[in-house]
Design a protein around this ligand. Structure first.
Ligand SMILES: Cc1cc2nc3c(=O)[nH]c(=O)nc-3n(C[C@H](O)[C@H](O)[C@H](O)COP(=O)(O)OP(=O)(O)OC[C@H]3O[C@@H](n4cnc5c(N)ncnc54)[C@H](O)[C@@H]3O)c2cc1C
Length: 386
């Protein structure tokens, strides 16, 4: 049956970006009527998001306080030529917790799950099953849209939460274990200890394609666990994904492809780390920015999100060049050397690279230090990167 709602802001997509915007608005602008519309039955889907202390500005952390489920003071990385402990705190948030917190902070009528949206405009949402919502402003946060205008590589992975009753012995996150046999581009495993007997293990690939062979990756996780001597009693949860990595492309065309005059957030707005694929930090920044905006009309939200995403795209050329070094200047089986080179930089420079806050001298040091790729291929790649 057709139905009509009226609200101030309708957010389409109850994933990471949409939920954080809804939470930020509920906290900072309790006077507003909101709708958060998600096609799945749960807000946030089935994910564990990790991020580092340095990724989120101190003044934005209030948004994450009710969400954080895990915290670690340091992390480790391991490459064939060096192993390092980085004293950089990191955290993780479970999607189940995001679902709980969103439902606790928003009114029952504001959260619409199990509702698939057919189309969005700057001020309206139409559902597949019929019915519309009219809003003063609409934000499209439905995850990645048409990214064909961008020049992409992929970071694909399968992650499993393993129950190891006898204990796994992993004390700190091993965020990049590249000591594993290389396949399909640069491969690494990461391990997050969730409790003494619970471990989240992901098998990751910097690949030319987005195809995730979940069976093969799952078997490699089993082999990795066996190799570490873990007696796994249960796989409690599994997630998988293919994150875009950008070497270049036409931002304006990408934005237009997602609906020219509609506000966008998250992957839909092409906001992600071009070389690492994460978008957590960007989602927090944009949510806080939207909650502080005076004008939340469709037109103003479009201008705000477009200008924000455009500025990020423009200032991230260095990270697109790094992605191009990985994908274009290095052969697939030599990609790990480029990443190893990054992780040989001073800890502060690594941290700023991951947070996309590299200084001029960080960039100069990395380029002066001769990345481990053929010089002429590196020069060609650097010239071509948009
Ligand atoms: C498994 C996985 C793990 C990740 N882990 C990390 C991490 O640890 N750290 C990090 O920084 N990044 C991580 N990423 C990358 C990135 O942060 C996530 O993809 C993030 O969830 C992107 O946020 P988003 O809101 O743009 O998209 P999503 O979180 O995917 O949200 C989009 C939402 O829109 C909904 N939707 C889509 N179409 C419709 C429709 N027609 N109608 C209604 N709803 C719709 C979807 O169901 C979904 O819930 C991960 C990605 C994946 C896939």
């Amino acid at each position: 049956m057709a139905e009509t709602h009226d609200c101030d802001v309708a957010i389409v997509g109850g994933g990471l970006a949409g939920s954080l915007i809804a939470l930020a608005l509920a906290e900072q602008r309790p006077d507003l009527s909101l709708r958060l519309i998600e096609t799945g039955e749960a807000i946030g889907g089935n994910r564990l998001w990790s991020f580092r202390d340095a990724d989120v500005a101190r003044e934005d952390r209030w948004l994450l306080t009710p969400l954080v489920g895990y915290a670690w003071p340091e992390q480790e990385i391991a490459f064939p030529a060096h192993v390092r402990v980085l004293r950089q705190p990191c955290y993780a948030i479970e999607s189940a917790r995001l679902d709980q917190v969103v439902r606790a902070h928003l009114s029952e009528t504001a959260v619409l799950t199990g509702r698939k949206v057919q189309s969005v405009t700057a001020t309206g949402v139409a559902f597949v099953e019929g019915g519309r919502i009219a809003a003063k402003g609409v934000i499209d946060a439905r995850g990645a849209g048409d990214l064909s205008a961008l020049d992409l590589g992929w970071r694909k992975f399968v992650g499993r939460e393993l129950e190891v009753p006898g204990g796994h012995g992993v004390e700190r996150p091993l965020t990049m274990d590249a000591m594993v046999t290389q396949h399909d581009g640069f491969r690494f495993v990461s391990c997050l200890p969730l409790s003494p007997a619970r471990l989240f293990v992901t098998d990751n690939y910097y690949s030319d394609n987005a195809h995730v062979n979940a069976g093969a990756l799952g078997r490699r996780i089993e082999a990795y666990a066996a190799n570490r001597g873990w007696q796994v009693s249960e796989v409690a949860r599994e997630e998988r994904g293919a994150l875009p990595l950008a070497m270049g492309g036409d931002f304006a065309a990408c934005w237009r492809a997602g609906g020219a005059r509609v506000a966008k957030a998250g992957l839909r707005a092409a906001c992600f780390h071009p070389a690492m694929g994460q978008s957590f930090a960007d989602a927090v920044r944009l949510a806080v920015k939207i909650a502080a905006a005076d004008d939340l009309s469709g037109e103003a939200l479009h201008a705000l999100t477009h200008d924000h995403a455009r500025a990020l795209w423009d200032e991230r050329r260095f990270y697109r060049q790094f992605a191009a070094l990985l994908f274009r200047a290095a052969d697939p089986d030599a990609r790990y050397r480029v990443m190893e080179y990054l992780y040989r930089q001073p800890p502060g420079a690594i941290s700023r690279f991951l947070s996309m806050r590299s200084t001029f001298s960080d960039k100069a040091r990395m380029l002066r230090g001769h990345p481990p790729v053929p010089f002429w291929r590196a020069m060609t790649v650097a010239r071509r990167t948009e």
